[in-house]
Design a protein around this ligand. Structure first.
Ligand SMILES: Cc1ncc(COP(=O)(O)O)c(C=O)c1O
Length: 440
């Protein structure tokens, strides 16, 4: 349903007044470069410049920081259709703070439109609900964020949607799994937690020919690492909870795509109530100003730590696409020119208890999430994937020895020292101690 059709049938009972069709630009966070970008360089400017200036139109005597407007309702004329120049009327649909923030993200990702949501999972679920119909089929990679897998495998099944999991490293596996009813190919690259890469160009070329929409969860790479829309991907999703907001104090998400698809997804964000509130949008916009700078540091530190971990005899494998030894390093160089992200995962020697390593860290905090100033460490088997049956975990490549390190902004030498002392202090692998099953 087009946005204008949705709103043309909505009535506000108290006013008993038909709403006129709002313009697409007026919906939650949809940006179409409303502000004048010419003074700061627009599309020619580098990411660091976009992050600071996109969406700004400074006025002489006006404040230079984004003003937060927390209004839920916006004044309207009574007894008449909403005038075309009335940009906002109810904040679940759109608000000025979200609009300003969305412009910055659209500029960073190189997208025509950006919809802001109140979490990464809100972005993922609104997009899939909008684009899928009863009987449709989705292809997704085996190595995948756990809640996305649960949504695809568990919840969407009740609406008649089926899913096939393939090895995301093999673009040909997507083509092989394609059926007449395949509607969406999901890509998560680098994947959580194994850092597998999927070739954007190969998957999007096949998908376009097959009439399948491609969606990439770009949370791990961020738009500094890679910009999937430039490689032919149709929709980019972010958990803006992570690097984009960057301080570990905000849940947010984003959907970035072309206008035509945004028009299909926007009514779902509105109707599900998944939009980001003004306070959240203001906070996200503040985080975005320093995001390219922070992301550069996350990437540099992660590479340095991955290199050092490779030399540690207690570590059996290090997964980081920035390492020349990574089997997909050439692809990383091609489609992640800005860096390979801040997550490194590694497998300790099977003789060593990985849980004990995680428990013995001091500087690194055992916790879910990533993209924060502090380094977080996780044991995926007993944390994110605890609720999955052991065979399924094995098929996903989640081993008992696997540790995920979300490298923060501390000095990498200190992080490394902490991991080395935790390895030295760890006990040898016993039967895994029972832990409460935690899921995020
Ligand atoms: C790759 C990826 N996508 C999506 C999400 C979901 O994001 P949120 O927690 O903001 O809903 C996460 C969360 O960790 C993630 O790692």
């Amino acid at each position: 349903m087009l946005l204008k059709e949705l709103f043309s049938c909505v009535r506000i009972p108290a006013m008993d007044m038909p709403l006129s069709s709002p313009r697409l630009d007026d919906t939650l966070g949809l940006s179409d470069t409303l502000s004048d970008a010419s003074w700061w360089g627009g599309g020619d400017a580098a990411a660091a410049t976009r992050a600071v200036h996109a969406g700004e139109t400074p006025q002489m005597g006006g404040g230079l920081s984004l003003a937060m407007d927390p209004s839920v309702a916006f004044a309207l004329p009574v007894g008449a259709a909403i005038p075309q120049d009335a940009r906002y009327y109810y904040a679940r649909t759109a608000h000025p703070t979200g609009q300003a923030c969305a412009e910055v993200l659209a500029a960073l990702e190189g997208a025509e439109a950006c919809l802001l949501t109140n979490s990464g999972m809100a972005a993922i679920s609104a997009t899939l609900l909008a684009l899928l119909r009863l009987g449709d089929h989705v292809i997704a990679p085996c190595s995948l964020y756990s809640a996305t897998r649960t949504l695809l495998e568990g919840h969407l099944g009740q609406y008649g949607v089926s899913v096939t999991f393939v090895d995301g490293r093999n673009a040909g596996a997507y083509a092989a799994a394609c059926r007449p009813e395949t509607r969406v190919a999901w890509v998560e690259t680098p994947s959580n937690p194994l850092l597998h890469l999927t070739d954007f160009e190969a998957v999007s070329e096949w998908a376009r020919a097959a009439g399948v929409l491609t969606i990439a969860d770009n949370t791990f790479a961020s738009p500094v690492g890679s910009r999937p829309l430039e490689y032919g991907i149709d929709v980019v999703i972010h958990s803006a909870t992570k690097y984009l907001s960057g301080h570990g104090d905000l849940l947010a998400g984003a959907i970035l795509t072309r206008r035509e698809l945004a028009e299909r997804i926007a009514p779902w964000v509105t109707i599900l109530g998944s939009g980001l509130c003004a306070h959240g949008a203001w906070q996200l916009r503040r985080g975005l100003a320093t995001f390219p700078l922070r992301m550069g540091r996350h990437c540099e530190s992660a590479l340095r730590i991955a290199q050092a971990l490779q030399e540690n005899p207690a570590i059996a494998a290090v997964h980081y696409p920035g390492l020349p030894s990574h089997p997909q390093h050439d692809l990383a160089r091609r489609q992640m020119p800005g860096g390979c992200g801040g997550v490194v995962s590694f497998e300790v020697d099977p003789a060593l208890d990985a849980v004990s390593v995680v428990r013995n860290t001091r500087l690194c905090t055992p916790a879910f999430s990533l993209g924060e100033p502090r380094t977080l460490i996780a044991h995926p088997e007993t944390m994110h994937y605890a609720a999955f049956p052991p065979e399924e975990r094995r098929a996903m490549g989640i081993t008992r020895s696997l540790i995920r390190l979300a490298v923060g902004l501390e000095d990498p030498a200190d992080i490394l020292r902490d991991i080395e002392q935790a390895i030295a202090a760890a006990v040898s692998a016993p039967a895994l101690p029972e832990k409460a099953a935690l899921t995020s």
